[in-house]
Design a protein around this ligand. Structure first.
Ligand code: 5GP
Length: 173
């Protein structure tokens, strides 16, 4: 019972955080954010991509950040909104070590993540730049990552790792 309460509390906090972002987003040209995380095994198992360890080392066996995506309620989303504001690593120098841990790229060839972060900023981040500048965009994603420990929530609800491995199969149905 206590576990159920804790899970509900975590879910409620996450919901409220996303709602706050959503409310702020309404006046900014989109309706809400998706905060997207990825499970490394699912990325590596997908038919579309092969996967490689980051140059910075084997990633943790845990969910990691994919991106923070402004979206419209009708299911579509804006993209590549500002070619005049390219990714600039010097603006997020203080976040790099946390980004390497929490936002690794599993794409081949191996990289230390910059091209993935650049892609996410330019495709998605630039569409929320009236709300989040480059530093705030990446900082917000890192903060959400700390607040949404999916693996811990699944573990505390007694999910087995086999269930996670089965998720991509379920998605195909
Ligand atoms: P999206 O368009 O879904 O925001 O970003 C996906 C793009 O980022 C793909 O082109 C993919 O090649 C690249 N990418 C680089 N590293 C990763 C990774 O670790 N996971 C995923 N899903 N995409 C990655």
């Amino acid at each position: 019972m206590e576990k159920e309460m804790k899970f509900k509390c975590i879910a409620l906090i996450n919901f409220l955080v996303l709602q706050c972002l959503a409310i702020l987003g309404v006046s900014k040209g989109f309706d809400f954010f998706y905060f997207v995380e990825q499970w490394p095994g699912s990325y590596c198992d997908s038919d579309k991509f092969s996967c490689c360890y980051p140059t910075t080392g084997k990633p943790a066996a845990d969910f990691s950040i994919h991106g923070l995506w402004p979206n419209y309620r009708n299911g579509s989303y804006p993209q590549n909104c500002d070619p005049n504001n390219p990714f600039n690593e010097s603006e997020i120098a203080d976040l790099i070590s946390s980004m390497r841990r929490n936002w690794p790229s599993l794409a081949c060839p191996s990289s230390s993540g910059e091209s993935f972060w650049s892609h996410e900023w330019e495709k998605h981040g630039t569409c929320s730049e009236s709300l989040l500048d480059q530093h705030s965009y990446f900082q917000t994603a890192l903060t959400l990552r700390q607040q949404t420990n999916i693996l811990q929530s699944l573990k505390s609800e007694s999910f087995q790792m086999e269930d996670l491995i089965a998720l991509p199969t379920l998605k195909m149905l």
